[in-house]
Design a binder for this molecule. Structure first.
Ligand code: ADP
Ligand code: MG
Ligand code: MG
Length: 614
């Protein structure tokens, strides 16, 4: 997660006097990077995934499942084991994440662009899961899911009390500091600086799923006795309320990064994949339980967005101000603009930019579209600055640029090559996919994203729709069962006509099934497009069979013949004998759910409803 440099972090108050200089240096660093790396070319396509896992402590006697806050120790052991790996073994790399019960695993080196590499994605994921599991005790499990009852009573192991009045923490009534990863200063500092900049706790509202016996109106309380006044935040009727960054950043996802041949190809891929991001969000939906309740959304996106919303009351438009410009969304939010020059006619929303940064980039000869993208990132403040490195040499460091870049969390990320990595080219990252329960599914989503990227490149397909429609699609993609009932703005003819074709004329609202599987006489479908491509490049029958198993899973998810993890989990809860039809996912249900998930993901228990018949 983001930049992991070390040192003595500045508090928000200490950061404020340095803001103009930090932003100016950040832009100078980007300009330098552009001049040094902008003309790099002929890089091979490469890719790599990131999976976030959680550690869970199971107590069979009390039937309790709690998050196990031992990531620091587990990571040390995983890193040591990875160093000792011998040639021929799966290579893997490990990183901390926001919560002290999370670890992030990636392949040790990125995959090459070959069909054989696609087949090695799943074995590497299996090896990674096993590696984590090996570090755990008998009653401890590793799952690639978002934990369903964060913030419910004592939800950590070892038990820890919530921060409450702790000014050094983020004042949460539900979340303990011990659940934030402590092995790197970034995480606690980021959480504290977000709260301090915003001038209040973060305030996360998620609509509750209204079941037969759910109290109506439902008012969320931080205590079991039901008072709502002591939140120090406004509870909304029929919404769950959460008050800490961890409720968002403590959830898990699957990301895929690609290396492009050069900067222009990276810009093209960034843009072309952007309209596909909401499709993958709906298709990967996996988060129907939040803070121990069934919710009326299926994915984590809007939760994270609210969990890191550092805007001041003036920026949020809650307090009128003659001097502060209102910012319409959180720094974690849907992509605001396309970045290739040829895409600019699809940028149909007004874009807030840091004018000073924009002017400097344009004066330095960077084109307007790229300057606008970076100047938009720079409307945000740096939240993670280290005392020792306030003043920097732009020929040696890009840290101030990276600090702002890596805390702008959007559908895609455009990643410039690091200054000090001669072998690395321009990359783009596909970010919204929800992590799946099993390695088979995670491999399927990763391979699908890789293959559609390949097809876009080879066939020069054009998926662009106005950026406002992508934002709308992201909203729709999070709704309950969006995969079955949602309609999404999408192009029905994707053969590129010309760069100047009128926008909007061939856009329709389509179901995920039509987008993924195609329509008779209409849009060909993402999977048929991939299959057509595969018949051209894959000659080996057994490879076809394996890749088709992945595509079949996604095809069936899109048609509804197998369930998303969100739907499967929702059904598991609602069919559980301890469920009282009141939206409450009590500790007994959570325990049984974790046990069932462990059996499916770690012991390969068959689950046709989720995975289809293999
Ligand atoms: P992030 O900033 O998104 O956390 P990471 O450094 O964790 O980025 O890497 C994300 C993924 O990118 C990993 O799977 C890694 O293997 C992959 N990756 C690393 N180098 C390259 C490259 N040159 N091209 C494509 N992918 C790469
Ligand atoms: Mg990472
Ligand atoms: Mg990433």
């Amino acid at each position: 997660m983001g930049l992991l440099t070390t040192g003595a972090p500045l508090s928000w108050t200490e950061t404020v006097p340095h803001l103009p200089s930090l932003k100016a240096q950040g832009i100078e660093q980007f300009i330098k990077l552009w001049s040094l790396k902008g003309s790099l070319a002929n890089f091979a396509m490469k890719f790599g995934d990131e999976i976030e896992y959680i550690l869970v402590k199971m107590d069979p006697e009390t039937k309790n499942a709690r998050v196990l806050c031992e990531a620091e120790k587990v990571l040390e052991q995983l890193k040591a084991a990875a160093m000792e790996a011998t040639p021929g073994e799966q290579s893997m790399a490990w990183n901390p994440e926001f919560a002290s019960y999370m670890v992030e695993g990636t392949p040790g080196v990125p995959y090459e662009d070959s069909i054989a590499a696609l087949l090695s994605v799943e074995p590497n994921m299996v090896a990674r899961r096993n590696a984590v599991q090996q570090q755990l005790g008998e009653t401890e499990i590793c799952l690639s899911i978002s934990f369903p009852s964060l913030g419910v009573g004592t939800f950590t192991h070892p038990p820890a009390a919530a921060d409450e009045g702790n000014p050094e923490a983020a004042f949460s009534l539900l979340w303990p500091q011990e659940a934030v990863f402590n092995g790197h200063v970034r995480f606690k500092n980021l959480s504290k600086n977000i709260t301090d900049r915003r001038r209040s706790k973060v305030s996360i509202h998620v609509p509750i799923f209204m079941d037969e016996a759910t109290p109506s109106p439902y008012m969320d309380s931080p205590t079991t006795s039901g008072e709502t006044e002591n939140w120090n935040l406004e509870a909304r009727p029929d919404h769950i309320l959460m008050d800490h960054m961890g409720f968002g950043m403590g959830l898990c996802c699957l990301q895929v990064t690609f290396q492009a041949a050069d900067v222009d190809e990276a810009r093209m891929l960034y843009d072309q994949l952007t309209p596909i991001t909401p499709v993958l969000l709906a298709l990967s939906a996996a988060t129907p339980c939040v803070r121990g309740k069934l919710v009326d959304l299926d994915s984590r996106w809007s939760i994270i967005s609210q969990s890191v919303d550092d805007r001041t009351p003036e920026e949020r438009g809650m307090v009128e101000s003659a001097t502060v410009t209102a910012i319409p969304k959180s720094r974690y939010g849907t992509t605001s603009c396309y970045i290739a020059s040829s895409s600019s006619r699809f940028n149909d929303t007004s874009l807030l930019i840091d004018e000073d940064s924009f002017r400097k980039m344009v004066e330095a000869g960077i084109d307007e579209e790229m300057s606008r993208h970076v100047a938009h990132l720079f409307i945000r403040s740096p939240l993670q600055v280290f005392k020792e490195r306030i003043e920097q040499d732009a020929t040696k460091s890009t840290e101030h640029f990276e600090t702002i870049q890596s805390s702008n969390w959007m559908n895609m990320r455009f990643k410039p090559p690091p200054l000090d990595a001669p072998g690395m080219g321009w990359r783009v990252e596909f970010r919204p996919t929800e992590v799946q329960l099993t390695d088979f599914e995670n491999a399927a989503y990763c391979v699908f994203i890789m293959l559609i990227t390949r097809v876009i490149k080879e066939k020069k397909l054009d998926f662009l729709v106005p950026i406002s429609m992508v934002s709308e699609n992201m909203e729709r993609a999070q709704q309950r069962d969006a995969v079955l009932h949602g309609k999404f703005f999408f192009r029905h003819s994707v053969e590129k006509v010309s760069d100047s074709a009128e926008s909007g004329e061939d856009i329709k609202e389509m179901s995920i099934n039509s987008i993924v599987n195609g329509e008779v006489g209409g849009f060909p479908g993402l999977i048929p497009l991939i299959q057509e491509y595969l018949t051209e490049v894959v000659t080996d029958e057994s490879t076809h069979v394996r890749l088709n198993a992945y595509l079949t899973l996604l095809s069936k998810r899109a048609s509804g013949s197998v369930k998303t993890l969100a739907r499967w989990t929702r059904d598991f809860v609602r069919e559980h004998p301890a469920y009282a039809k009141d939206s409450d996912v009590n500790s007994e249900i959570v325990y049984d759910l974790m046990k069932e998930m462990d059996a499916i993901s770690n012991h390969n228990k068959e689950c046709e409803a989720l995975l289809g018949s293999k």
